[in-house]
Design a protein around this ligand. Structure first.
Ligand code: 6PG
Length: 247
């Protein structure tokens, strides 16, 4: 399948990003539900999407939450009540405020488990909810991703052995105590999605965006994300785009 060139959308201010994403979410989710009765979305942690999640939390009636299945792109291996838990952040900003059935939310279980067992259990959940047979990858309708200053995306860090995993759906990523070990969707799962949005804001991200988009540094995990289906969009604020050619 031919790769499509990513699109780039630059907004003057970061607070214009959520409305744009919500318009895409609305369109993609309606199409998915029309086609197969369900919308599969994967959400990332990090600071950039918090505004989006808060805006989505006000959309109680307009979005079809009962037909939406929400998965986490990645998680820190910490208890759910830990300040760094992605599930906790999503629960507080979004899940607690929308009429979504509890069974449509798919956290990465970390409690009472080891890192590896937690990754295995999440892989099992994915296979179950997507109805996958062996060696098949789930097809997310929409993934919301971020990019770190080092070029990581999801919990796929530069040089990580998880980047070479072509078979698993989920990888465990042992890290130091400060960063917390992580559990993440793998590249083949990410790249199997229909639509991917990279949300990137702030001056600190400008150098890495230049490496990814202008210098085509393919060693960075975010550069390894390709969308063969609907498309990949870099959704940036002006500050993040400042070092890009043509900006
Ligand atoms: C996480 C992420 C991670 C994030 C980037 C960007 O759980 O932290 O999934 O990949 O998207 O680190 O984070 P910011 O949005 O905070 O810049």
């Amino acid at each position: 399948m031919k790769l499509r060139r990513p699109k780039v959308c630059v907004f003057n201010h970061q607070d214009e990003i959520p409305d744009f994403v919500i318009r895409i979410w609305d369109r993609v989710s309606r199409k998915a539900i029309e086609r197969k009765g369900v919308f599969f979305v994967g959400l990332s942690g990090g600071k950039t999407p918090i505004d989006l999640y808060q805006r989505l939390s006000n959309m109680k009636e307009t979005l079809l939450w009962d037909k939406t299945q929400v998965f986490l792109v990645d998680e820190r291996f910490v208890p759910f009540d830990h300040p760094d838990s992605n599930y906790r952040m999503l629960k507080e900003t979004l899940f607690d405020h929308i009429p979504i059935p509890r069974e449509n939310i798919h956290p990465i279980w970390t409690e009472g488990s080891t890192l590896e067992a937690s990754a295995t259990a999440y892989e099992k959940d994915l296979k179950k909810y997507f109805g996958l047979s062996e060696n098949r990858f789930p097809e997310f309708d929409l993934l919301i991703l971020g990019i770190g200053e080092d070029g990581h995306t999801a919990s796929l860090f530069p040089g990580s052995p998880a980047l070479n995993d072509r078979m698993s759906l989920v990888a465990s990523v042992p890290l130091n105590e400060a960063k917390h070990s992580r559990i993440t969707l793998t590249l083949p799962v990410i790249n199997h999605s229909r639509h991917i949005l990279f949300l990137v804001a702030g001056r600190d991200k400008a150098p890495v965006l230049r490496k990814i988009m202008d210098e085509k540094d393919t060693s960075l995990p975010a550069s390894m994300v390709h969308c063969k289906r609907g498309g990949l969009i870099f959704v940036l604020d002006r500050e993040a785009s400042i070092l890009l050619s043509g900006s």
